[in-house]
Design a protein around this ligand. Structure first.
Ligand code: HEC
Length: 212
């Protein structure tokens, strides 16, 4: 930087701060003295003061607009409009990603990798705490027998994992914490438990499921 530029910046800084030269401090020293801490009577720095004026101007503008144009300058309307926009965006996203959100066309997966993932999720998502690792049941019903409380088959099982069981029974809705693909893998895994013999099978609950 040349000397000229330097002094240019110095002048700008000076005009924005209006700081006093160190040598002048004695002139602007007030007589306030708190345990030896003294106070300089500096002017408010212009950069701060202008910022303050700007906020005053903005507040006046908004105060006027809130009365002049209550439709647009209204927090509630703004909120409602933003929520509506966000909902539309969510709907659009769901449309663009049917594989993630459209449950209607889901079927059981047969790829061993998916079944293995389902088994892993069954343990990691704490399903085993209530249904036991071999699906024999405990707090939750036996998942290996022919009987289903809320209907067997892919659709019903997927649905109960997603939406939960009857209120108060302990089977919560998992759709908020387990994504669709993983719920599909879990369901596919549970279907493979049919006919296996768990160590301590819980007595059958519900009706024998004859459907798909
Ligand atoms: C806190 C205990 C608990 C946990 C954890 C739990 N369940 Fe359940 N589950 C239950 C109970 C209780 C029921 C019976 C619900 C009813 O009677 O309405 C049930 C029902 C079910 C059913 C339907 C059984 C039928 O006969 O209709 C399936 C499938 C199932 N759970 C899968 C899962 C999966 C998958 C997980 C893990 C993501 C899981 N559960 C986690 C307690 C639990």
């Amino acid at each position: 930087m040349s000397n000229n530029e330097l002094s240019f910046w110095k002048r700008i800084i000076k005009s924005l701060t209006k700081a006093n030269e160190l040598g002048q401090e004695e002139d602007i020293m007030t007589d306030h003295d708190y345990d030896g801490i003294r106070e300089l009577d500096n002017v408010l720095p212009p950069w701060w003061l202008y910022g303050f004026y700007i906020t005053i101007a903005i507040s006046i503008y908004y105060t006027i607009m809130v009365f002049a144009d209550p439709e647009n300058y209204n927090q509630e309307n703004e909120y409602v409009a933003e929520v509506a926009t966000a909902k539309a965006e969510i709907e659009q996203y769901k449309k663009d990603h049917p594989e993630l959100y459209d449950d209607a066309n889901l079927v059981a997966l047969t790829d061993p990798a998916d079944i293995a993932k389902g088994k892993e999720l069954f343990a990691s998502k704490t399903c085993t705490a209530c249904h036991l690792a071999d699906g024999g049941g405990g707090i939750g019903p036996n998942l290996t027998d022919e009987n289903w409380i809320l209907g067997g088959g892919f659709k019903n099982i997927f649905n109960i994992i997603s939406k939960g069981g009857r209120p108060g029974k302990g089977m919560i809705a998992w759709e908020g914490t387990i994504n669709q693909k993983e719920r599909q893998q879990l369901t596919s895994y549970i279907l493979t438990l049919k006919g296996t013999t768990p160590a301590n099978p819980k007595a059958p609950e519900g009706d024998v499921w004859k459907g798909e």
